[in-house]
Design a protein around this ligand. Structure first.
Ligand SMILES: Nc1ncnc2c1ncn2[C@@H]1O[C@H](COP(=O)(O)OP(=O)(O)OP(=O)(O)O)[C@@H](O)[C@H]1O
Ligand SMILES: [Mg+2]
Length: 218
C-alpha cells in the first residue's frame, strides 16, 4: 500500500504539491489527472523516491521513504516500474539493451534476461526493433520501449507518467489493456495523465489535481 500524508513539495518559491493526503491500496488501478503543471510528475517522482518532499511523509508498504538509506531505497525500487514522461532511454544502447538492463542490474541470469526482454518487447509491439537505437525510433516507439523497460521486472507498483502521450488511439488501447492485465495479476498501477481520452471510460478511481492540490476524486 502507498500512503501519502500531508505531502508538500516546493521548488524554491514555486509550490508543486501542497498538503496532499491519500492512499492507494495494493492492487488498485488509479489515474492522477490534472492540467499541465498540476503536479502529476512531481507526485510520481516523490512516490518513486527520486524527489524528496519538502514536508510530509510517504509510506510504501509501511516503509517511510524519508527514513531509509540509499541502498534500501534501491532495493525497494526493484519492485517499482516507472514509465518516464520523457522516456529517459539510453541513446548509446539498443532497444533490447535498454530493456534488458533493468533486469541485469537486479542480477537475473542471462537466459532469463533474454527471454523476458524479448517477451516484453513483443507485448508492446516492438519485436522488430530490438536492434535499433532510440534515436532511430519514432516518439511512439520510444515511448513503448520505456513501457517495456518499466514492466520487464514484473513490478509490484507501476508508475506511468503520461504513458500514451505519443501513441495513436489503437496503440493507446493496446497499452491500456496491457496495464490492466498487469494490474489484474496483482500490481498496483498509478497513471498520470491529462488525456481526456484515457479518462473518459470513468470506471477507474481518478484523483484530480490542480495547482498541487487534490480538487476531486471519483
Ligand atoms: N525541478 C523543478 N524545478 C522547479 N520547478 C519545478 C520542478 N519540477 C516541477 N516544477 C514545478 O512544479 C509544478 C508541477 O510540475 P509537474 O511536472 O509535476 O506538473 P505535471 O502535472 O506533471 O505537468 P505536465 O502535464 O505538463 O507534465 C510546475 O509548476 C513546475 O514548474
Ligand atoms: Mg508531468
Amino acid at each position: 500500500m502507498i500512503q501519502l500524508f500531508r505531502l508538500s513539495k516546493s521548488f524554491g518559491p514555486s509550490t508543486a504539491l501542497s498538503d496532499l493526503t491519500m492512499r492507494v491500496h495494493k492492487g488498485e488501478f488509479v489515474f492522477v489527472s490534472g492540467p499541465s503543471g498540476a503536479g502529476k510528475t512531481t507526485l510520481l517522482r516523490l512516490i518513486f523516491g527520486s524527489e524528496k518532499p519538502t514536508s510530509g511523509h510517504i509510506l510504501i508498504n509501511g516503509i517511510n521513504l524519508s527514513r531509509i538509506n540509499r541502498s534500501k531505497l534501491d532495493l525497494l525500487r526493484r519492485s517499482v516500474g516507472f514509465v518516464f514522461q520523457d522516456f529517459k532511454l539510453l541513446p548509446a544502447k539498443t532497444v533490447f539493451e535498454n530493456v534488458a538492463l533493468a533486469l541485469q542490474v537486479i542480477g537475473y541470469r542471462r537466459t532469463f534476461v533474454r527471454k523476458r526482454t524479448h517477451q516484453c518487447l513483443k507485448l508492446v509491439g516492438l519485436a522488430e526493433k530490438e536492434k535499433a537505437f532510440p534515436l532511430q525510433l519514432s516518439g511512439g516507439e520510444q515511448q513503448r520501449v520505456a513501457i517495456a523497460r518499466a514492466i520487464v521486472k514484473n513490478p509490484l507498483i507501476l508508475l506511468a507518467d503520461e504513458p500514451t502521450g505519443n501513441l495513436d488511439p489503437d496503440l493507446t488501447e493496446d497499452i491500456m489493456v496491457l496495464f490492466k492485465t498487469i494490474n489484474m495479476k496483482g500490481a498496483t498501477v498509478i497513471i498520470a495523465t491529462h488525456s481526456r481520452e484515457l479518462l473518459k471510460g470513468g470506471a477507474q478511481r481518478t484523483i484530480s489535481l490542480i495547482r498541487g492540490r487534490i480538487v476531486g476524486e471519483r
